[in-house]
Design a protein around this ligand. Structure first.
Ligand code: ATP
Ligand code: MG
Length: 597
């Protein structure tokens, strides 16, 4: 069954999504929900088989965990509310006995519970269990086909250790295994440092397929020694233009509420300003913590770093961070504040009459602002700023943190002569040292060598199988269609019989088909009663790596062999063409084998 579409489907924005739909690989059933058609299923199975081979080779054991998760498990880890309320992504339901369940978006709770029930001693560790299974996530913005869907296939693995050092060892082994898996799949990936959240975060790395359509921004150093997701990236801020030492003065700054207008009117540079951002952390325990964030005027706040730091410093689980607006002040029964002229020393007493907010600010200052000797900042009075201010002069002691967004052009931490460049990436894999975060929450312990109870040391390792398939297309296509890497292509060879009415063509085509098949080659034959031109177009679109055309020369046993990716084409005797195919295909497989040694 080969049904291709001529037109670009209206709802598909990126190339790989368009090609999957046009090539008849997938069909959309609902937003973020797709059917995998027979050729797609072959691709997914090939990726699955590569992943299984490498994971088994690393010593991990395959398993299959339930997709229906009882709410109690997630309540025990403290994640039920965050995952089901508000913008939570867990689909959930109630059974006929009125018990709550969630559809598994990830499996830490389930696996940790099982392991803690079964394994009791350090002598039984380490173990690494993996599964390949459909995950459900009610994504806020499902898009780009299989890239961000609500039902998708993931390989997830969870390792359990008696010591942190052993976890690090397995993490390194997974790092190597992932590199092999992606190389086997014929895709280029970059390993980048990734955010590991606020609590329990050990090392974490993402594997990115670089592509302009990628949702993640990656920053890499010019010498290639450093690569990080922007969420995590660190850098040196550009040098500030120092302000000379002088006595503090007040500036009248009517209508100068943006950095740009303040700078142009007062003839100062953005790097001489300490700007203040007022936010609210909405906590899981339903308290609301006002945040006063100070950062250098030419820099921006990284929301992920801010979330992590605010969580760490407040010790609370934060569900969301939102801006403080005049409306919010009003609803708390508070007087209006001089927005646009606020300084880092805005007084806590302004919060004292708040109806439900905490009564003092959590004050965070980014290093870029903390390092300024003299600066300009708001005077906490309408239309007024101050110049030549120092931190000593302000009677506040904010917590010094790194919450700055690193950007292309910034100089690197490891070597100031190197600078950061940016590109976009699609995350296809993620490895993560969880530490004792989940084992502590779920009270999952083992008896250690000293005979004491200790929470398991854990790691988790994910690969988006269905996302990877589409990412491979994003990286390998041309204007005619897909150019599958051979190891994950649905078929290795497509035989096109140019004219089905010609008995010579039909006979030779079918003979070659049988021969290749008997040699273990994945071969597809296009014996539809379509015009040759239509079949060639379809073959290009669906992207099988080798095309063998049986046409007019069939009577003299001649065929045409074309490599899809290079479009290099040769007329060859049928036997020679078969030999060449076997050689080429075996070579690509030998390459896979030697890589694994
Ligand atoms: P993202 O940051 O893209 O939302 P994530 O950090 O939530 O991903 P993990 O929980 O680390 O993802 O899941 C492991 C892998 O599963 C990811 O590396 C990605 O390849 C894949 N994946 C995650 N969410 C989706 C999705 N909605 N659709 C398809 N694949 C996904
Ligand atoms: Mg991730």
């Amino acid at each position: 069954m080969l049904v291709t579409l001529r037109d670009v489907p209206a709802d598909a924005e990126i190339t790989s999504h368009q090609l999957l739909l046009r090539g008849g690989y997938i069909r959309r059933i609902a937003a973020g929900v797709y059917a995998y058609m027979p050729m797609m299923w072959r691709v997914l199975n090939k990726i699955t088989s590569i992943v299984q081979t490498r994971m088994d080779g690393s010593g991990a054991l395959q398993t299959l965990l339930p997709q229906l998760h009882p709410a109690e498990l997630w309540e025990r880890s403290g994640r039920w509310k965050g995952y089901t309320a508000g913008e939570g992504i867990m689909f959930n339901l109630t059974d006929r006995q009125n018990r709550n369940f969630g559809l598994g978006p990830t499996h830490e709770e389930v696996i940790t519970t099982i392991i803690s029930e079964l394994l009791h001693s350090y002598k039984q560790l380490p173990v690494n269990l993996y599964q390949i299974q459909t995950k459900f996530r009610d994504e806020i913005r499902p898009r780009f086909g299989l890239m961000r869907s609500r039902e998708f296939i993931m390989k997830d693995a969870y390792s359990f250790h008696s010591q942190e050092i052993d976890l690090k060892d397995t993490y390194e082994r997974m790092n190597k295994t992932y590199k092999e898996i992606f190389a086997d799949c014929g895709i280029n990936t970059v390993a980048v440092y990734a955010d590991s959240g606020a609590i329990g975060g050990g090392a974490s790395q993402e594997f990115m397929v670089t592509a302009d359509s990628g949702e993640d921004l990656i920053l890499t150093s010019s010498d290639g020694l450093y690569a990080a997701n922007q969420e995590k990236a660190e850098s040196r801020p550009p040098k500030a233009n120092p302000l000379d030492k002088a006595e503090v003065i007040e500036l009248e700054t009517p209508d100068q509420i943006t950095i740009e207008s303040l700078c142009s009117t007062q003839e100062i540079h953005p790097s001489q300003i300490v700007k203040v951002i007022l936010m609210l952390a909405l906590n899981e325990d339903e308290t609301t913590q006002p945040l006063l964030i100070a950062i250098r005027g030419d820099q921006e706040v990284n929301e992920t770093k801010l979330m992590n730091m605010a969580t760490k410093e407040s010790g609370k689980t934060i569900l969301d961070i939102v801006q403080i607006t005049p409306d919010k002040l009003k609803s708390q029964g508070l007087e209006q504040w001089p927005f646009g002229a606020i300084g880092p020393d805005l007084k806590d007493k302004l919060l004292h009459n708040a109806k439900s907010w905490e009564k003092s600010f959590l004050r965070l200052v980014d290093n870029s602002a903390a390092d300024l000797d003299y600066f300009v900042c708001g005077a906490n009075k309408k239309d007024t700023h101050r110049k030549f201010v120092t931190w000593d002069l302000l009677d506040v002691s904010p917590i010094k943190v790194d919450i700055r967004k690193a950007k292309a052009g910034d100089h690197c931490i490891h070597d100031p002569k190197q600078y950061l460049k940016e590109c976009r990436g699609i995350e296809v894999g993620h490895i993560f040292q969880l530490g004792q975060k989940y084992s502590k929450a779920l009270n999952a312990t083992f008896t250690n060598e000293e005979g004491k109870q200790e929470p398991f040391w854990m790691g988790c390792y994910g690969i988006g199988i269905s996302r990877l398939a589409q990412a491979a297309i994003e990286q390998n296509n041309d204007k005619e269609g897909i150019c599958w890497p051979i190891s994950i292509a649905p078929f290795e060879v497509i035989i096109v019989i140019a004219n089905m009415q010609d008995i010579n063509q039909q006979t030779l085509g079918e003979k070659i088909y049988r021969e290749l098949k008997s040699l273990g080659i994945d071969v597809l034959i296009d014996d539809r009663n379509e015009r040759a031109g239509v079949k060639f177009k379809d073959a290009d679109l669906i992207g099988i790596p080798w095309r063998l055309v049986v046409g007019r020369e069939a009577s003299s046993q001649q065929v045409e062999l074309m490599e899809r990716s290079t479009k290099k084409c040769k007329i060859l005797g049928a036997d020679i063409a078969i030999k060449k195919l076997i050689k080429e295909i075996c070579q690509s497989k030998t390459y896979l084998r030697t890589e694994s040694l």
